[in-house]
Design a protein around this ligand. Sequence first.
Ligand code: PLP
Length: 405
Amino acid sequence: MFDVNNIRKDFPMIVNNPNLIYFDNSATTYKPYCVLNAVKDFYENKTANVHRGDYDNSFIVSSEFDEARNVVAKFLNCDKNEVVFTSGATHSLNQAAQYGFQYLEKGDVILTTLSEHASNILPWFNVSKKTGATIEYIKQDKEGIIDLESFKKQMNSKVKVVTLAHVSNVLGHINPIKEIAKIVRKFDCILVVDGAQSAPHIKVDVKDLDVDMFAFSSHKMCGPDGIGVLYGKSEILNKLEPLIYGGGSNARFTSDGNILLREIPERFEAGTPNIEGVLGLKKAVEYLMDIGMDNIHNHEVKLKDYMISKLKELDNVTLYNPSADTGIIAFNVKGVFSQDSGSYLNNKKICVRSGHHCAKMVPNLINENDTVRASMYLYNTFEEIDRFIEALSNLNIESALDIFF
Ligand SMILES: Cc1ncc(COP(=O)(O)O)c(C=O)c1O
């Protein structure tokens, strides 16, 4: 059974800071003891490089590293060869965009949304600049909800890549990826999904969704920083060029410059990998799977519904995504700059994010430049929301400035 009080005991940041309310989980998340212990255990008891040494610790660590790939494959429901370890979602999305550099040309279209995070739009802007392919935007309403009928009409034989977030990091809706994939499959086109805000919070089955590539970061799902995943269908990965070259990714090279790359996924993992990151991610995935992704999502939906209903009762708050599907809420306090709201909440020991959240085209949708974002995770509680609402109810231009004097 899902018991948030028990879950809270798993997180040293909560045990050590019981009064601090952490509502910035879209930026990064707390790590449970089991993840920290896995990282520590690697450094304290079995430090070795992977796939390189002929001694016990290297064998042990290599087999745990390989097992981590199996665990992530199970998490995503794919083959282990389709799991590429990267440094995070940004790296994964840049690797995915390599497809564009290889296969797109003038006249082709990349279809995306105005709510993308920089990490899933800047690589494609670059593809567009270098290849002459153009970027077009899927129609969304002012909350960022995709209009599937318009999307159907926008799809044609010129569209070679559809790329979008599974869940927007500002507006919190779950995009209808499965329905989008069905439409994309009617064309010679690939579907790339930024799962940075979905993999940590909802069950993701890449086979069922039928996506070609899917990216996420470990640190947003209780795992260590500096490690992430790019899932790619084997037929896509087999024709994708690696972003980086070096040791571990090649089977052979000769003085005339010929390189024989290893099979997927190793060909994408040149250099010593982030071993402690992979071992920590393995633990994080096991931890989340043990609790159950559906249980986590259900808890977050209850928190989100409660927070939205309470925010709606406040006259001083403008809410930008009242129909969010996940625990990501964007709002402003009337007459108060988002940054000042953030500082005021910080003064009350509440952590939120203020600004544009790296999604600088969202103002085209919500007609507001900067927002305050509260984003929740499995360890947040209704009591924390009550304290947050109480703090917000007293927030206005005077109280916001008071904290500076
Ligand atoms: C939707 C989305 N995509 C991509 C990223 C980039 O993730 P990272 O900074 O871990 O590479 C983020 C991070 O906030 C995000 O929210």
